[in-house]
Design a protein. Structure first.
Length: 70
């Protein structure tokens, strides 16, 4: 529920960065999950951005293989 709101609010900067700001939004969501879920830890924003990048690549590969989207 939070991610679509963040995407809409940050649309201008996302367009200016050609979509790269979505990695930062994903990192923010990962840090929120870190705060809310016991046992799930992220050691800094750098790791969250790296995880976000890997998650985006994995989603792209799965979409290419299966043609499924959220």
């Amino acid at each position: 529920m939070v991610k679509p709101i963040l995407i809409i609010l940050t649309l201008p900067i996302t367009v200016l960065t050609l979509g790269l700001f979505l990695l930062i939004i994903n990192a923010i969501i990962i840090n929120i999950a870190d705060a809310l879920i016991p046992g799930f830890t992220v050691n800094g924003i750098g790791i969250a951005i790296l995880f976000s990048l890997l998650l985006s690549v994995l989603e792209s590969v799965l979409y290419a293989l299966f043609g499924l989207k959220d």
